[in-house]
Design a protein around this ligand. Structure first.
Ligand code: ATP
Length: 231
């Protein structure tokens, strides 16, 4: 059925093994994210954080257990519509050989200049863009300029924010951004995502102090969950 998601997410005893390598990346994971919560996921490299995000985005089907959105098993929902409800910023940024504007507005039916500017501001990349001669018309890639790692991440964040998604997933996408810019983005995020669900996969503890809930993953299991104060 086609109904907009509200953003209540539940993992029920979810296990997942990558079919090609046989690596069990998640082991009996259970947790709930209430609509509107800001949840952070931390854990060492290889602990299963990206896998968790990828399963929620339905890149793979879970082997055991269930993931539910607003009480419905996600594999029973229309895939295209389901994915359209998310702003997903993957770990590996992908940009096209196209203008900055089109990179930010990627996937939208029509490009609204004001919305592109707003998204760029919220992603703290507006000032960088304005400093280029051609501003939002600047070409990226082979026929254009090369952005820094942090600028690429912020263009990718702007692309997720412009969709005004019901659920936002940031997979470790602030790694190349300095601490001050990170704070700026998180403050803006707090405003745009008010009442919406956001999931942030992070390495730095400083990134997640405002989270409603923190999940700590280790070797495919949740070893702790709570607030910044609790942990
Ligand atoms: P990082 O912080 O380095 O991004 P992570 O916590 O996100 O790590 P995952 O990327 O979820 O961890 O990896 C969990 C396990 O699954 C690892 O052992 C990894 O090697 C394996 N894995 C991840 N992606 C794949 C894949 N596409 N195919 C096969 N195995 C994978």
């Amino acid at each position: 059925p086609i109904v907009p998601v509200r953003g209540n997410i539940k993992f029920e005893n979810v296990s997942f093994t990558y079919p090609d390598t046989g690596i069990q990346a998640l082991k009996n994971i259970s947790f709930e994210i209430e609509q509107g919560q800001f949840v952070a996921i931390i854990g060492r490299t290889g602990s299963g954080k990206s896998t968790l995000a990828n399963l929620l985005m339905r890149m793979y089907d879970v082997n055991q257990g269930k993931i539910k959105m607003d009480g419905e098993a996600i594999d029973s929902l229309d895939l295209r519509h389901y994915r359209s409800q998310f702003g997903f910023v993957p770990q590996e940024v992908f940009l096209f050989s196209d203008t900055i504007k089109n990179n930010i507005a990627f996937g939208l039916d029509k490009v609204n200049e004001e919305e592109v500017i707003e998204a760029a501001k919220n992603a703290a990349v507006y000032q960088n863009i304005i400093n280029f001669d051609l501003k939002f018309e600047t070409m990226l890639g082979e026929r254009g300029i090369t952005l820094s790692g942090g600028q690429k991440q912020r263009v990718s964040i702007a692309r997720a924010l412009i969709k005004e998604p019901k659920v936002l997933i940031f997979d470790d996408c602030l790694s190349a951004v300095d601490t001050r810019t990170e704070e700026e983005i998180l403050t803006n995020l707090g405003k745009v995502m008010k009442g919406k669900t956001s999931i942030l996969i992070a390495h730095r503890i400083s990134t997640i102090k405002n989270a409603n809930k923190i999940l700590v993953l280790e070797d495919g299991r949740i070893i702790e969950q709570g607030t910044h104060q609790d942990l």
